[in-house]
Design a protein around this ligand. Structure first.
Ligand code: HEM
Ligand code: SF4
Length: 571
């Protein structure tokens, strides 16, 4: 393991600030892939080399190279896109991608299926729309998220401004991106100059994720992230400052109990003028203290477990030159989106659409979602907000266009479904593109929801909001460990079932049943739905109920994630 890890560190160090041999590799026409070291580096440029896993058997039989293509993840701080930017992404998805756009759980857009020879053209068009993909993946601060609640208020404006400022401050400075993809001038010499004042040559030990939340919505899942800012609003609706959270993270490995998801700690309170210094200090302490030998132990969550929150805070305060205040009280009520129309300023309104698992495509009559949104974007003068739940808000729509946009969305299945479970569902991409997937996710969850909805209807629970999330492997891209019902791929068609997460995203769930197939998932959940319908207290959430009913033990911050697992009692 350690070899592999130091290899990553060596690749970064030798890459000359993320250049590696990417420029040469792009010119190599004999293969659709790039060499292994560059596969690591290209992530820092927002891309993953993938292959279509559905096509693997056939291509192996025919002795052909795998069907290689690239996934490009765009950086969209706060998930905000202008209509012209939407149209540009729609165009590259159709011209160079697989004719779909994927809205992600971290408020970005992914394009799949871009072949090597089209990468530069794609990135140039993205650049022309004032967007880029730098640092969308890799060991750096990734896309900064921000609460997308359509209740626009002064706090939301301030939150988006902070998200954008943190994003700017923590974006890598290397000119490699421009040089390689946009054929910018190679900046000669310059070896003496400090290229990356924050990151240095080897960047961070591991990925780093930042969010800004505006209570009472915890749509960004602040406790799942390395660094978070929770807005503290004063009596006049202005921002008094921010509670700062550190050390959340999802990823773990099956069968390795030293790896676990963890909910972030609230470290203290800072004012807006100090927030950037705090963000930078958190990053540089993790840069210096994080584990560079073992990538599975390299996230900030383990640094904080190992060193302790108090020492970590003291070092951050020293480097930032800021003393954090005592954390202020805050209340979250949910992680979900509020679908449908909500009022905005000066007669404008916001429409939150439902996009199943974030995938937009033209799938025939009644489901021409990509075209529908293109049509809306062409006559929209407000903006778009990608939500942290893989949904989309058409924001700031003037009164005279509201009926038309509703109609287009409704005709194409983009309005929220009735099922409370489906409304609160998320799945990661998994097969066929993700090389790490052990099981289906995006392609399977809709069917599973159909089957579970039948059982919920039988118990009169159709309209109840219950959070369900699925991933194809334990890396946890759809944050399954914070769901009331979590399903994590174990092998083809097999999943671990987790229960007991909190509806507001504040508590991790617990393994309830291991390695079960579709036929076992439904009978496992059905009696619990029945018991919930019968025995719940007024207002009691499903996740809380499963704990009170003694079905699963409650998980604390994560170190105890693998303790007391399994079914505890009878439903
Ligand atoms: C060690 C952990 C992880 C690894 C190696 C990893 C790797 C990947 C890969 C390869 C993909 C591309 C899949 C595709 O589009 O075909 C992906 C997608 C994604 N990952 Fe991760 N991931 C990890 C953990 C996480 C976590 C914890 C989050 C969020 C908190 C996350 C957020 C995302 C998002 C937003 C996508 C886009 C697709 C979606 O929304 O489902 N990842 N990840
Ligand atoms: S959770 Fe696993 S299977 Fe799903 S996208 Fe992430 S890495 Fe791939």
């Amino acid at each position: 393991m350690a070899d592999d890890v130091s290899r990553n560190e060596r690749i970064k160090e030798a890459s000359n600030y993320l250049r590696g041999t990417l420029a040469e590799g792009l010119r190599e026409e004999i293969t659709g892939a790039i060499v292994e070291d560059d596969q690591q580096l290209v992530k820092f440029h927002g891309m993953y080399l993938q292959d279509d896993r559905d096509l693997r058997p056939e291509r192996t039989r025919k002795k052909m190279e795998k069907a290689f293509s690239f996934m490009i993840r765009v950086r969209v701080p706060g998930g905000e896109l202008k209509p012209a930017q939407w149209l540009a992404l729609d165009r590259v998805a159709r011209d160079y991608g697989n004719h779909t756009m994927r809205l992600t759980t971290r408020q970005t857009v992914q394009l799949h299926g871009v072949i090597k020879s089209n990468l530069k053209s794609t990135l140039k068009q993205i650049d022309a729309a004032l967007l880029n993909s730098i640092a969308a993946c890799g060991d750096v601060n990734r896309n900064v998220m921000c609460g997308a609640n359509p209740d626009q208020s002064r706090a939301h404006v301030a939150a988006l401004a902070l998200a954008q400022a943190v994003s700017d401050r923590l974006t890598p400075r290397t000119p490699a991106y421009r040089e390689i993809w946009l054929e910018g001038e190679r900046i000669a010499g310059g070896e003496e100059e400090v290229v990356e004042p924050i990151y240095g040559k080897t960047y961070l030990p591991r990925k780093f994720k930042t969010v800004v939340a505006v209570p009472p919505s915890n749509d960004v899942d602040v406790f799942a992230h390395d660094l978070g800012f929770i807005a503290v609003v004063d009596g006049n609706g202005d921002i008094a400052g921010w509670n700062v959270t550190v050390g959340g993270g999802m990823g773990m490995t099956h069968g390795e109990p030293d790896t676990y998801p963890r909910t972030a700690d609230v470290m203290g309170f800072c004012t807006t003028p100090d927030a950037l210094a705090i963000a930078e200090a958190v990053v540089t302490v993790q840069r210096d203290w994080g584990d560079r030998l073992n990538r599975k132990h390299a996230r900030l969550k383990y640094t904080i477990e190992d060193r302790g929150l108090d020492r970590f805070r003291a070092e951050v305060e020293k480097r930032a030159g800021v003393k954090l205040g005592r954390a202020r009280a805050f209340v979250f009520t949910s992680t979900g989106d509020r679908y449908g129309w909500s009022e905005g300023d000066s007669g404008r309104a916001h429409l939150t659409l439902f996009v199943q698992n974030g995938r937009l495509r033209d799938a025939g009559p009644g489901a021409q979602q990509l075209s529908a949104l293109r049509q809306i974007a062409e006559s929209h003068d407000g903006d778009f907000r990608i939500t942290p739940n893989q949904n989309l808000i058409i924001a700031n729509v003037p009164a005279d266009r509201q009926a038309r946009f509703s109609h287009i969305a409704g005709e194409n299945g983009l309005l929220a479904p009735l099922s409370g479970l489906r409304r609160n569902s998320m799945a990661c991409v998994a097969l066929p593109t993700c090389g790490l997937a052990l099981a289906e996710s995006e392609r399977y969850l809709p069917d599973l929801l159909g089957a579970l909805d039948e059982r919920l209807a039988a118990h009169g629970l159709s309209a109840d909001d219950i959070v369900i999330r699925m991933t194809g492997c334990p890396n946890g891209c759809a944050r399954p460990y914070l769901a009331e019902i979590g399903l994590v791929g174990k092998g083809p068609g097999r999943y671990n079932l987790y229960l007991g997460g909190a509806f507001d995203g504040s508590r991790l769930n617990k393994l309830y049943a291991e390695d079960i197939e579709h036929e076992a998932i439904i009978p496992a959940l059905d009696p619990i739905f029945s018991a919930y319908a019968r025995d719940r207290r007024h207002g009691e959430r499903f996740g809380d109920f499963t704990i009170r009913a003694g079905l699963v033990a409650a998980t604390g911050n994560g170190r105890d994630f693998h303790a007391n697992t399994g079914k505890q009692g009878a439903a």
